[in-house]
Design a protein around this ligand. Sequence first.
Ligand code: PMP
Length: 408
Amino acid sequence: MSTHLDVAKVRADFPILEMRVHNKPLVYLDNANTTQKPRGVIERTREFYEAENANLHRATHYLSEVATRRYEEARIKVANFLNAPDSHQIIFTRGCTEGINLVAATWGRQNISEGDEILLSEMEHHSNIVPWQIVAKEKGAKIVVAPINDRGELLVEEWQKLLSPRTKIASIIHVSNALGTVNPVKELVGMAHANGTKILVDGAQSLPHLRVDLQDLDADFFTCSSHKIYGATGVGALYGKRELLEEMPPYQSGGDMISSVSWSNTTWNELPYKFEAGTPNMAGVTGFGAAIDWVESVGLDNIAAHEADLLAYATERIREVEGVRIIGEAKHKASVLSFVMEDTHPNDIGHLVDTQGVAIRTGHHCAEPLMRRFGVPATCRASFAAYNTREEVDIFINSLKFARDLLV
Ligand code: PMP
């Protein structure tokens, strides 16, 4: 399949890809874990510290104005990228994890009571399980888990049947980090709303691969992380519907999130600042904006088509390796190839392919209940990004054969 992506040009933007590991060229296939950063992001972050650094909103001096402007420009970039109705509904967080914790700890505590239900699915990441378990335990609410089939697809009808009058919120992974499954989130949002249930979409793994249109999707909350889409670590965004964000109590408190403080009555700042207490990762946020600029300059659709080609090619070629079983064979998948190899442990494979310069992830992928569902302790996972090539897939497959020959 030919795509409109000039991979050589893309690769030239990423200094780290020139690296050698164990005296072999680096083949970085751990992108679902975190992506590498293009020069534009690295330079934006450096420029912030070299020429723009000051604290935000709090001073009238020149540099503070520049820093504030840069920070708010990034918010507009994220809002536009996601087609949010208003950039004030984009809250900068530490990442997807913090976004979900924020919603569970504020909206959850305020709206979930004894006997209520929270609908999740078998394929959730721990960050979309544990915050809900904490609020459920505190409130005497129940976690309800929707099943998936052996291909790793959500059983949508079962999910719908599990929506009850007590289901206050459903929280669903958009693209599974461990399987690659793309969930039909728009359909789920419609079903949840028809039941009077709020819904959060965990977009950690969809943001880098699929066009997300928040106005079309109509989810109540959407969370994502900058580092999964070529941006800085420790930065992410939470989107929420305005009326919900307005009603929610603050998450953390302190500087910036207040309108006025007195001993008797403290009032909250307007959106989004109500949820941004303290000094944020300003350089990282501006880097998030630069990452979005980079993705838009290459074209998200071009990236998605290129990754789909790599996934299809790798899925075909991995079948040559004896004893490999793919975990996650959904019809609609993005960028992730998870597998186990009979008579071997994923960690041993991970170490051996690393000796060949190939970086993959091995482990439970922060999805232990999902691993149990498939009866495996862990998997190996190769995950693709804009800069990967078919030649790298070939090196990866050879490294797997090398590992297999040594282990079996
Ligand atoms: N959800 C999913 C589906 C993820 O893949 C991840 C990261 N692996 C997270 C949430 C958490 O993201 P972060 O670690 O950036 O907060």
